[in-house]
Design a protein around this ligand. Structure first.
Ligand SMILES: Cc1cc2nc3c(=O)[nH]c(=O)nc-3n(C[C@H](O)[C@H](O)[C@H](O)COP(=O)(O)OP(=O)(O)OC[C@H]3O[C@@H](n4cnc5c(N)ncnc54)[C@H](O)[C@@H]3O)c2cc1C
Length: 491
């Protein structure tokens, strides 16, 4: 089969000579990335009659397999539109909001069609003061197998559906290039180990390669602070962004992320998420000062409280910050969500004692001793902060930060500390899409036969609603699968 690659702007496609003569494989729809969005797009395109091939750089499952597993399914479409509009702070057109709500509101029905069962997750809305929040309901796929971790029950359901349809998934195969002939996308260059495979897409290519949580260059360039670590799949290096940019794609939402605070230790590439088992804790900056209402921080936007740059000390004074807690809190349970994210096989000890022994968590019998061990220079300031916090607990009023009375728990004698970093659950930015899920160029024109789904250019442009990403994979993954399958085939 012949293809004309001469329209490539750089004129230097790897192996171009060979590709002019032959494609190695052919399908109607080629899906890049086998996480939630890719799997849903592939299943839907297949069910609409298309021959589908999925290309996956790693094993499979991406962030989807590691997720907590809540997905959004609003019940009242007009309230959901109002709410998402408020969350977006003007970064989303009404047409995108409409299509998101239309498709995600059928997510429960879709899971049932795939043979899954759902259960409700609590609480629903991440930002309940915004209008329409009461409809932001979240669900998860009920676990079938004992010991299913994280997002595995959702992933296992999608994986089973891929297998039932015999949709080929080329694992450990990286999409390196999207090929365009004249003004249409016609296929993909992929690589497995040293070998290249050129796959022709008769109808469309769907980009579903996830986020850029592990691409240091993109994070430095687009996120408001650095370093920012990550909890999920190390294969998410923003490849799809580069692939689409090469074809002239516009980008959107590049500085939007969901990033609760967490811990990063050299032994692990990924971070551990902060989750406190009791209220006896504070967070301080590198000067030993508290700077927020610790127990009132919204989970996904926590990172927003640490990204300000201090122009006197010329540092991000809150990166890292320090989590400080007392003995009772240490004994109350793990200070992380166990069985979560890429480090989920690590057995965190129930009383955090093993992590103290490992030297991840430092301990001190006084604020000065703790400050010295943590490397906080301002030892006196930390002592003062302990004192101020003690007084706030006694009076039941946190004048500076408004922490609620019931969470003002006084420290007992011994205290513990650990550096705290902003860490990504996901990045939201990537190639911009229109309401049909087509990737658009810098002039707003669709790049013909190129679609996008999931985290690579997600709709979430500012505040993030929990369950919104998996909701998007399930909802807009279907839209994209249908539209890709409906393209007229190339000759
Ligand atoms: C710990 C954790 C908990 C989370 N909890 C939730 C939650 O409860 N609810 C929610 O909505 N969201 C949650 N998220 C976010 C959510 O998991 C992701 O946004 C979502 O799974 C993204 O799906 P995706 O299909 O777009 O990408 P992924 O599932 O990440 O899949 C992308 C795939 O593309 C592959 N890939 C990358 N580059 C290439 C390439 N060049 N060629 C071929 N393949 C490539 C990757 O290997 C990966 O398998 C969580 C994330 C984490 C890390």
């Amino acid at each position: 089969m012949n293809a004309d690659f001469t329209s490539d702007p750089r004129g230097e496609i790897p192996g171009a000579t060979m590709m002019r003569d032959a494609w190695d494989e052919e399908a109607d729809v080629v899906v890049l990335g086998c996480g939630g969005a890719g799997a849903v797009a592939a299943i839907t395109a297949y069910d609409a009659g298309a021959k589908v091939i999925v290309v996956e750089k790693g094993e499979f499952g991406g962030n989807t397999r590691l997720a907590t597993m809540a997905f959004l399914c609003p019940t009242n479409n007009s309230l959901a539109r109002e709410h998402i509009k408020a969350l977006s702070f003007g970064r989303l057109g009404d047409d995108i909001i409409d299509v998101y709500v239309e498709w995600t509101s059928k997510n429960v029905e879709y899971i049932e069609q795939l043979g899954g069962e759902v259960e409700t997750c609590f609480p629903g809305a991440s930002f309940s003061p915004l209008p329409g929040s009461e409809t932001m309901l979240r669900y998860r796929v009920s676990a079938r197998a004992e010991g299913e971790l994280g997002g595995e029950s959702l992933w296992n359901l999608l994986s089973k559906n891929l297998q039932q349809r015999n949709i080929p998934v080329h694992r450990h195969t990286t999409a390196n290039r999207i090929i365009r002939s004249a003004d249409e996308v016609v296929g993909v260059v992929t690589q497995k180990e040293e070998k290249r495979f050129n796959i022709r897409a008769r109808k469309a290519v769907v980009l579903a390669t996830g986020g850029f949580e592990y691409n240091e260059e993109l994070k430095r360039e687009f996120l408001p602070a650095y370093p920012i670590f990550a909890y999920g799949n190390a294969g998410n290096t923003g490849d799809g962004i580069r692939l689409a940019q090469e074809l002239g794609a516009d980008l959107w939402h590049m500085n939007a992320v969901a990033a609760p605070m967490g811990y990063k230790f050299p032994e692990f590439q990924s971070a551990f998420i902060m989750r406190m088992p009791a209220d006896g804790y504070i967070i301080v900056d590198q000067n030993g000062n508290r700077f927020c209402n610790e127990t009132g921080l919204e989970h996904y936007s926590m990172w927003m409280s640490v990204t300000s740059f201090n122009t006197e000390s010329l540092r991000f004074l809150r990166i890292p910050s320090y989590l400080i807690f007392d003995e009772q809190t240490r004994l109350a349970g793990p200070i992380t969500r166990v069985g979560h994210g890429a480090n989920r096989v690590y057995q965190w000890s129930p009383d955090n004692s093993q992590e103290v022994r490992r030297g991840w968590i430092k301990s001190g019998n006084s604020p000065v001793e703790l400050a010295n061990k943590l490397g906080i220079q301002a030892t006196e300031k930390l002592t003062q902060t302990f004192q101020d916090y003690k007084e706030a607990c006694k009076s039941g009023t946190d004048e500076k930060f408004g922490r609620s009375k019931e969470t003002l728990v006084e420290f007992d004698s011994k205290s513990y500390g650990v550096p705290l970093w902003p860490c990504l659950l996901n990045t939201q930015g990537g190639p911009k899409r229109n309401a049909r899920g087509e990737i658009v160029d810098v002039w707003g024109e669709p790049i013909k036969r190129l679609y996008g789904a999931g985290e690579v250019g997600s709709i979430w442009g500012f505040l993030y609603q929990s369950g919104g990403n998996l909701g998007e994979c399930l909802g807009l993954g279907r839209l994209v699968g249908l539209n890709a399958a409906a393209e007229l085939p190339l000759n």
